[in-house]
Each structure stands twice: as structure tokens, then as C-alpha cells.
Design a protein around this ligand. Sequence first.
Ligand code: NAD
Ligand code: UDX
Length: 431
Amino acid sequence: MKICIIGTGYVGLVSGTCFAELGNNVICTDVNKKKINDLNEAKIPIYEPGIEELIKRNTHQKRLKFTSDIASSIKKSDIIFICVGTPTNKKNNKANLKYVFDVAHSIKDNLNKYKVIVTKSTVPVTTGDRIEKILNIKKNKNKFDVISNPEFLREGEAIRDFLYPDRVVIGTNANKPNKIMKNLYLPIIKKKNRYFHTSRRASELIKYASNAFLATKITYINEISNLCEKANIDVKDISIGMGLDERIGDRFLRPGPSYGGSCFPKDTRALLTTAKKFRTNLSIVKSVIKSNEYRNNLLLSRIYQIMSKNIKNKKITFLGVTFKAGTDDMRESSSLKIIPSLINKGANVFYYDPSGPKKDFKNNKIKYCSNIKDACINTDLLIIHTEWNEFKQLNFKSLVKNKKFKIFDMRNLYSPVKMKKNNIRYFGVGR
Ligand code: NAD
Ligand code: UDX
């Protein structure tokens, strides 16, 4: 099939590459010319395990192309995937649909034959209806169908999530685009019978309801971990004990810093504004957002407590600053809240991140180290902020060389018992 991807970010690049890997002809487009030029020189703009090899193979086979000529790419294609960002509009917390509607206008101007127009971007309920209006359904009847196909991939696991999804959700009330989409996804869905066809609005809501539910699960275990700390219980046992109940399941029950990333924070906020529009009260989602925001303050207090309120001129080292391991994405990472507060209180903050240095810290007092050794040497407090594999078996004493150092393991990667045996002052979350 001839596919055009509009918006070659995390979702567009992964989706386009995987569709090409399945044998389709894919053109990935973007308004960001530098990104397209880089991709044409085999420079990959995101950190995503496995993507580079797939891109190389599929560009070599001429199934995958990158261009900023969006108009001609639309004309050449049968299926158009809208994969642009839908960030929070800071004024009203709604999803900012400007990029989606810009794309809709580009499609309208280049509608030369029948096309399936797919929103893969996460978009609020009724966005499909609004795109249909822009495309002028009355004038262009039978020339297109607008359908919803939300994406559920996780950064760091994106290729596997895309090629082996738990489910493929297709939202449309029409038969023709449903048949086309089923055919497109056939190589993926024949492994498992996980193709779910529903209405367009339901499909749009499934995405938000899923993300808000997962955010709720994490926030729930984070709050339970606060209780565990007070009651001298290891939260790991609670996660295991709860997770053994198949109705609950053991995934997304790991406590840690506030959840972040490009999806959970913005999607929970956008869901609340949708509820408001339909005059419904989503009180659970509301309190999840509040609890998650408050978690940064709680962890900061914990750091002061661990350091006996004495952090001025102390060296504090962060291992990992992205919102989770396996990505270079800094969007809504808790480190962006915690680190500036520590610097304001006079701490000297250093960090190492396997995905490289970050431009997101406005304060130039925070220093990047290109290896773990330089970051850890003589530190007073080592904060394990993300769960990269390379942080899981460190010899802290030989790395730090400062007798009095402490560790705050925000991801519970290490055993408190072993740490105690080694005379290391170690603190975890919910234990
Ligand atoms: P991103 O910011 O990484 O990429 C978006 C791309 O769209 C950018 O490269 C930008 O230049 C481009 N763009 C903007 N306007 C354009 C236009 N008019 N024409 C062509 N290109 C344009 O975003 P992302 O993380 O890939 O997210 C995209 C969507 O997918 C969002 O709605 C997001 O919620 C959803 N989503 C993201 C993830 C994820 O893990 N990142 C997972 C599932 C769903
Ligand atoms: C999420 C959804 O999982 C995915 O389905 C959707 O398509 C995009 O949003 P992603 O943002 O890549 O994916 O990361 P995810 O692995 O879900 O983690 C999100 C946040 O939750 C991170 O900050 C992570 O550290 C945190 N988390 C996750 C926990 O704190 N504990 C857990 O048990 C799981």
C-alpha cells in the first residue's frame, strides 16, 4: 500500500518505518527540514533501540523515503497518517490541535483521489468530526474517509510495541476504510486476534481512557509507597502481592518519581477538558494529576531529609534525567522540576545520562558528565533517577570514593539488605 506519514517524530518515524518493514511503500514527511535532511543522511533524530537498522534496511530497499514535500506525498498516497504533536495548550489545558488542523488543510488542498485519512496522533473526542468539516465532506463526498487509529507504543519499546501490539484499534463507522485498515494491519494482527473495530469517537476516547488509567495505576502505587515508608513495609511486596491478582495485573505497579513523558501528563489534562466540555466530572483523573504534581515536592522533601537539610555546596549526582529509561525524551521529566529546586538551595548538581547531554535545563549550573565515573566521583548524594540497565550493577564505593556518600534510589534497583551489609547509606522509595 502507498502510505504517507505526516509528522516524523517518535510516532511517525516508528510507524512509517514499521509499515515499510511490513512491505508497504512509505513516505515520511515533516515541516522540519533539518529533521528530513538528517534522516536522508541516515542521522536518526531520536534515541530508540532498533530503529536505525530498520530505517537503513528499508531505505536501501526503497520502501521508505523522507521528504519535506508534503503536497506531492499526499497526492501519491492512498493512506495518510496524521502523526503530528498534540501538546497541552498552556492557556486552557486543552490539547493544542493547531498542527492536526494545519495538516487537514494540506490534505484538503491535495485531495486528488480517494484516501483514508487516519489520526494516529492522540486527539480528543470529536476531532475526527472537525477534520471532516475542514475537508468539506459535502463537496468531497466519496473522496475520503477520516478514521481514528490511536497509537499505544511506548518510547524505548516502540518497535516491539508497534509490531506486536496488544491491540489495534480502528474507529470508523464506514466499511470501506475498515477493510483497507484491516488489510494493512493483517501481518500484525494475524499473530493474535487483537483487531478492534469501533466508532470513531469511541476510538478517540479509548486512547485517553487507557493513558489516564495507567497514570492512575502508577499514582496509586506511588501513594501506597508513601504509606509503606511510614509503616515500615517494602512496597515491592505490595506490588507483587497485588499483581498476582489477574484482575489487577503486575505491570505499571512500580513506584518512582512523578510519571512524565510526552503522553500521560498532557493526555490526563486534555481528558479533563473533554469531560468539562461534555459536563462530566472525572474526579479520579483530577486527583491523579494533583497527586502526581505534588509528588515532586514530596521527593524534594525526602532529599532534604536524607541530607539532614544540609544541601548547600553539596555535590548531588543524577544518574539519568529523562522521564524514564530507554529514551532521550525529556518532556515532563521529574528531573526538570527537582534539579532546579536543588540548585536554588545551593547544591552543585551533576548528571550522567546514557542518551547524552540535554539542552532542556535552563540553568547552566547543572553539569553534564559523559561517563558514570566522572559523575559519581566524590559525590555526597547519588540519585538514581531512571532505570537504565547500566545503572543496575554498580560498585558504588569504588565509583564515589567519598566515605560519607548516600544513595537515593528512586527506582528501587538495589537491595536495601545488601546495601546495609556494605555499609552504604541507602534510601529507596516505599521501603
Ligand atoms: P513529536 O513532537 O516527536 O513529533 C511531531 C512531528 O510533527 C515533529 O517532527 C513536527 O515537526 C511535525 N509537524 C508539526 N506540524 C506539522 C505539519 N503541519 N506537517 C508536517 N509535520 C508537522 O511527537 P510524538 O511524540 O511523535 O507524538 C505525536 C502524536 O502521537 C501526539 O499526539 C502524541 O500524543 C501521540 N503519541 C505519542 C507517543 C509517544 O510515545 N511519543 C505514543 C503514542 C501516541
Ligand atoms: C505511555 C503509554 O504507556 C503508551 O501506551 C502511550 O502510547 C504513550 O504513553 P511512554 O510515555 O513511552 O508510554 O512511557 P511509559 O513506559 O508508559 O511510562 C510513563 C511514565 O510512567 C514514566 O515516567 C515512567 O517512569 C512511569 N512509570 C511507568 C512508573 O513510574 N511506574 C511504572 O510501573 C510504569
